[in-house]
Each structure stands twice: as C-alpha cells, then as structure tokens.
Design a protein around this ligand. Structure first.
Ligand code: ACO
Length: 320
C-alpha cells in the first residue's frame, strides 16, 4: 500500500503585515526585503495560536478529504513553536477534533517538519500499522523573533497547513530525508537553560539567530540533490514532474533550485510573497493553496521539498 494525500487545509492569521509596516519597526526597506527574499507581506498572529491555527487547518483538510475525526489513526505535527512544552500540539489537536482513536505526537525538524511527518506516516502506512493520518505543519514564529533584529524579523510569518494521508494504490513514490547536526549553529533558538535551586545562570529568553549566507549555501546545494535522489528512487525525471513545491524561505533559493534542475520557474509555484517563511507550515500551506485553486489534477506528479534548522531536509515525489 502507498500513502496518498487525499485532502489539504490551511489557516493564516487575520493580520497581514506589509514590508512597509516593518520600515517603522527596524532599519529596513520594502525594496531590500523584496529584492533579497521576494517577500512582500506576512501574516502575524494576534489572537491566533499555533494550536488554534493547526486545528483550523486540520478541520479544513478533513472536510476536503471527507474524513471523520474517529477515522484518524495517527496525528503528527511538525512545529518548533508549540503553545505548550506539554501536552504536545498534536495531543491538543486530537482533543479539539475528538480524534479518540489516534496516536498523536509532535516532531521538531524545523522547516522540514512537514516532510519529516509525511515520511513517518508513509512508513506507518507501508508497514500496515495504520490507514489514515493527519500531518500538520504549524508555527507561530513571530513569538521567537527579536523584533529589533532586521536580519531575521522581516523573513518569517505565522500559519498552519495540514494534509490527510490515507493508504491507497497510488501516492508517495519516494521519500528522502537527511540531517547535518554539525552545521546546526547556522540557525538556532535556545530553549530554557538549566535553572533550579542549585544554579541560576541568569538566562533570558532567546530569539532566532541565523547565519543567512550559510543557510543559503546549504539550501541551494542540498535541496536539488535531495530532489534528484527522490526522483531517481521514484524512477521519474524532472520533466515528468508538474510542480515542485518547495519550502518558501526565499525566492532566490527557489530560482537557484529550478536552475540546477533545469526546469522552468513556472513549475515552482510560490506564496512567500504573501506569507513569508512559515517554517514547517510553508509546504502544506502552499500545497493547500494549489489544491484550493484547482491546480492539482489526479495523476499529476508532484515534488515536495523542505529544508531548515538542524540542519534538516526532506523531499518527496508523489502522485496526486
Ligand atoms: N534590511 C536592510 N538591510 C539588511 C536587512 C534588512 N532587513 N537585513 C540585513 N541587512 C543588511 C546587513 O546588515 C548587511 O549590511 P552590511 O553590508 O552593511 O553589513 C547587508 O544587508 C547584507 O546582509 P547579508 O546578510 O549579506 O544579506 P544577504 O544578501 O545574504 O541576504 C538573506 C540575507 C536574505 C537572509 C539571505 O542570506 C538568505 O536568504 N539566506 C537564506 C536564509 C533562509 O532562507 N533562511 C530560512 C531557511 S531555514 C528556515 O526556514 C528556518
């Protein structure tokens, strides 16, 4: 049996923040942000939370798939910005949906979180352990940004995307995953430090720090290689693929990947212009946008690829 995505959903915060608005917060310009990243605006949570957006995205995906909560065997959430350390975001979603038959847990693979979740579900379905799963990528990165640091706060946005995956004759043909912890310092955000009656290290809340050029170099080298590996495993050529849906970090990264794969830019749809980088939420939100716009037809070959902190990366080739 293969694992097939049969429904998608997404949720974005109501408040959209244009680049121009950020000019009033930090020393930046709309022109700088647009030309270096392609981003024009992003959605920022005010009343929403990681869980509330994840639940909304999950409900849309279930409706789109025609799947009821009791049918879910597994719920996996890729997130680095859950509302609580515990219970997990996945368990909170399970409760909100009434998915009483599901096993639920979170994974931290940063911007590759959705691809890692999909990979776990794929293995569970292929082994025959489960039939139906919900995979979510949900982030409220705005709470992890230093809003005085222009090199990071302009890049990210909040939101959630979800997919229902079911065992089927068609579906995911090949998956590739990888990690390189040695280069992890390129993109970091510290959690609480050791702090108890025996030690007080004066730790203050940390924010996201990134060596942009290191991440850029990693992405333009690793992502095309992972995609090629996945296509090889699946026995398909790039020309046969209808769309490559990449993590929406930066338009220049996406253009560089398209060039390395020798494929036209039109095959690489984007929504980073209006969403910014939503880490684990990026790929499933873009997938849902494409699905809602009716751009995906049964039988289309699609490539999904994510990459991010860890460092981590993942790519999947699937039949829609
Ligand atoms: N506005 C204006 N100037 C800025 C801003 C800003 N928002 N941010 C940085 N600058 C300045 C810098 O201070 C620097 O100034 P200096 O030359 O006087 O020192 C100058 O712009 C150039 O800075 P660089 O960091 O060299 O800019 P670069 O061209 O590398 O672009 C960027 C930065 C967009 C972050 C790029 O490196 C990049 O896209 N990297 C990939 C990052 C990424 O994709 N991260 C996410 C993937 S992983 C994940 O999603 C979690």
């Amino acid at each position: 049996m293969l694992a097939r995505i049969i429904g998608t959903g997404s949720s974005l915060p109501e408040k959209a923040v244009a680049n121009q608005e950020l000019e009033t917060l930090v020393d930046t310009t709309d022109e700088w942000i647009k030309s270096r990243t392609g981003i024009e605006k992003r959605h920022i949570a005010v009343t929403e939370t990681t869980t509330s957006m994840a639940v909304e995205a999950a409900k849309h995906a279930m409706k789109n798939a025609g799947v009821k909560a009791e049918e879910l065997d597994l719920i996996i959430v890729g997130t680095v910005s859950g509302d609580m350390c515990f219970p997990s975001t996945a368990c909170q979603i399970q409760s909100a949906l009434g998915a009483k038959n599901a096993t639920a847990f979170d994974i931290n693979a940063a911007c590759a979180g959705f691809l890692f979740g999909l990979s776990i579900v794929d293995a569970y379905i292929k082994s025959g352990r489960i039939k139906t799963a919900l995979v979510v990528g949900a982030e409220t990165l705005s709470k992890m940004m230093d809003w005085k640091d222009r090199s990071t706060c302009v890049l990210f946005g909040d939101g959630a995307g979800a997919a229902i995956v079911k065992s089927s004759d068609e579906g995911i043909l090949a998956l590739v995953q990888g990690s390189d912890g040695v280069r992890g310092s390129a993109l970091t955000c510290h959690n609480r430090a050791v702090n108890n009656p025996y030690v007080d290290n004066g730790f203050k809340t940390d924010y996201t720090k990134m060596n942009g050029q290191e991440v850029y170099k990693f992405a333009v080298k690793t992502v095309p290689a992972a995609i090629m590996q996945a296509m090889d495993k699946a026995g398909v050529s790039a020309d046969q693929v209808k769309y490559f849906l990449l993590h929406q970090a930066n338009i220049r990264i996406i253009e560089a990947v398209a060039k390395k794969l020798n494929q036209p830019a039109e095959k690489f749809p984007t929504n980073l212009q209006e969403c910014g980088n939503i880490s684990a939420g990026s790929v499933p939100i873009l997938l849902d946008f494409m699905n809602q716009e009716g751009k995906l037809e049964r039988g289309d070959l699609i490539v999904l690829a994510g990459f991010g902190a860890g460092l981590t990366w993942g790519a999947a080739v699937l039949t829609w």
